[in-house]
Every structure is written in C-alpha cells, then in structure tokens.
Design a protein around this ligand. Structure first.
Ligand code: AHG
Ligand code: MN
Ligand code: MN
Length: 321
C-alpha cells in the first residue's frame, strides 16, 4: 500500500512502474486531468464572487467574457486534455458530439467526463465535483465511447467540498488524495479506500416517490427505515457517492415516470462511479444488471443507478430484482 502523504504525481508514476510495458501515456493523461482539476477548484472557490467580478454572458473587470462555471469547467478540461496529446477523443456532458484531438490522433485513450457535477448546488455553496472515465481507443469513431464500464482503464472524481479531494482507481483499488493549497499538491490521505460492508444511510430523492416506476422500491426504503436507517441527499452525485464510499449505505437514482431510464448518464456518471464503488468492495446495479455490464448505445445515455455497500445492494435486489 502506498504511504500516506505521497503526492498524486508520484503515486501515478509509481503505479506505472509496476507495468513494465507501460509507455507513460496513462500517467500523462491522469496528470492532465489533475492540472485541470486544480484550476477548476480555484474557480469554484471564487464562485460566490461572480456577481462582483462579472456575470455569466457579460464581461468581467479584466474585459473577459464570463462563462458559467459548468461551461468554464468544460473549457478547462478540454484545453488540458487536448493539450496533453494523450487522448484520441473526448466526450463531455456539455458537448453534443465528441471532440477528436489533432494532437492525440495516434493516442491510446479516450475520455468521457462530467466537467461539473451538481451544478445546481453552486449558488448555495454545497459540494460539487468533476467525474471522468478513461477507456482504451478501439477504433476511429463513436465505438470508442460505447464500451462497457467493465473495460474502463481508469476512473475518478474530484470533489470540491470543505476540502478538495481526488479519488482515483486504475483497477487496482481506490485511493483518495486531499489537496494541500499551501503546496499546490494532492497528497494521499485515504489509501486503499474500502466501503463498509453495511452502512446506516440511504440517499435518494424521496420527493419523487410517487413518480417511481417500481413500487417495490418504496417497500425497500420502508424496510431500511424500519431498520433505523437515516437519510442524506445532497443532489450532487459526486458528494452523495463520496459519502456513500466513506460511510457505506446506498445511493440511488431510479427510473421514474418523467425520467424513464433515470437521470444519471452512463458514460460519465454511472459507469465511473460504479467502477470506483466496486473497486472499493461495493456493488452497483441498474436493478436489472450490473452497471459495469451495460453496453452503451449512445454517448449521453441514461441508466437507473443504485450503488453502495454490498449488504444494501443485495437487499435492494431482493425487492426490485
Ligand atoms: P449535473 O449537475 O452534472 O447536471 O448533475 C446533476 C445530477 C447529479 O449530480 C445528482 O445526483 C442529480 O442530478 C440530482 O437530481 P435531482 O435534483 O433530480 O434529485
Ligand atoms: Mn452530473
Ligand atoms: Mn455536469
């Protein structure tokens, strides 16, 4: 196990050295995401000052056009990831179509990302994040993004919370790094993260109960209540999953009458978070199949999501499976 305090760059390089055939491309790819995350984090910290420095769509005091924070995060991710030359193509929640990189035309990887997750929470100073998912390039076009979550090479998220954390898996466990603003580095604070076998919290938007298409889900939640569970729901997937990873329990976004496949996106929300949760010893399901086994049909596809501790997900499947 890596030692606490190790910085993310060294961790990435040491992981790479374990694979004698590695070319260093994945390390550079991950470092590009890390750089983008640091810049996004600094903008997120300034979010409350947007009214003073300039509003989205207007010009700020420096004479620059001010972008909304999710658009700005998207721009920062694109710039850094393209500039790294390590990605053949990029898909983002904020882009209808993927971007194919000129500099990365021979690169080995593709990346899908949600540049800013939980954006409705920006104005109220609640945790938000960035999520990413990396696959090997397998062809020339969209097929690169239509690979199952089980084929991910790496996935992670950055949570902009009371501290900033980078949580990463490359398929060899999960490690969490906390940003130290004094030195500008992410330092290993949560080595080899494991989700508890069972928790005491469920996390789901219960205001939608009457719209849920599977009524057995209500029975499952009632069961958890009768067992003394409490509820927490932030409305930022990154924050809700981060808490679930650390404290255990269950996070869900089910299908409902309005969102018949749920709300969350497979490629850059459900699949990377499921990879992390499974690598930490938990489980993730749509209710019908393991999320990592879902073969995507389109880039912005949605899926119902239930993830968390083994115990809660097994119990859920007894109700809705
Ligand atoms: P985004 O801000 O990237 O559009 O994602 C918002 C998502 C996700 O973060 C969260 O789990 C979910 O929306 C909350 O949805 P409800 O407000 O419908 O509960
Ligand atoms: Mn999102
Ligand atoms: Mn988003």
């Amino acid at each position: 196990m890596a030692e606490k305090g190790m910085d993310l760059n060294r961790f990435i390089l040491e992981e790479e050295r374990k694979h004698p055939l590695a070319t260093g491309s994945l390390s550079l790819a991950l470092m590009a995401i890390e750089s983008a995350a640091k810049i996004i984090a600094s903008h997120v910290r300034m979010a409350g000052l947007a009214d003073i420095l300039g509003q989205a769509g207007k010009v700020n005091v420096q004479g620059e056009e001010v972008q909304k924070l999710d658009e700005l995060s998207n721009t920062i991710m694109i710039q850094h990831l393209l500039d790294s030359g390590q990605f053949y193509a990029l898909a983002s929640e904020e882009l209808t179509e993927p971007i194919y990189s000129h500099k990365g035309k021979d690169a080995k990887y593709v990346v899908a990302f949600d540049p800013l997750d939980g954006s409705s929470n920006i104005d109220v100073n609640v945790s938000i994040g960035t999520i990413f998912s990396i696959h090997k390039r397998i062809g020339d076009g969209e097929e690169n993004f239509l690979q199952k979550g089980s084929q991910q090479i790496a996935a992670g998220y950055i949570i902009y919370g009371s501290s900033v954390m980078f949580v990463l898996t490359t398929g060899n466990g999960v490690n969490g790094f906390t940003y130290d603003p004094a030195v500008g580095m992410f330092l290993l604070s949560h080595p080899d993260m494991k989700i508890p076998e069972k928790g005491k919290i469920y996390s789901i938007n219960e205001a939608n109960t009457h719209k849920w298409t599977d009524e057995n889900l209500i029975k499952y939640i009632d069961q958890l209540k009768s067992e003394g569970y409490t509820s927490r729901y932030i409305g930022s997937m990154v924050a809700d999953v981060h808490r679930t990873l650390i404290k255990g329990g269950m996070f869900g976004y089910p299908a409902d009458k309005k969102n018949t496949n749920g709300k969350l996106r497979l490629l850059y929300e459900a699949a990377p978070m499921s990879f992390i949760i499974e690598q930490a010893g938990g489980k993730a399901t749509t209710g019908k199949e393991n999320i990592l086994d879902v073969k995507p049909e389109s880039i912005h596809q949605r899926v119902p999501v239930f993830l968390g501790s083994k115990k809660e997900i097994q119990q859920l499947l007894e109700f809705i499976g």
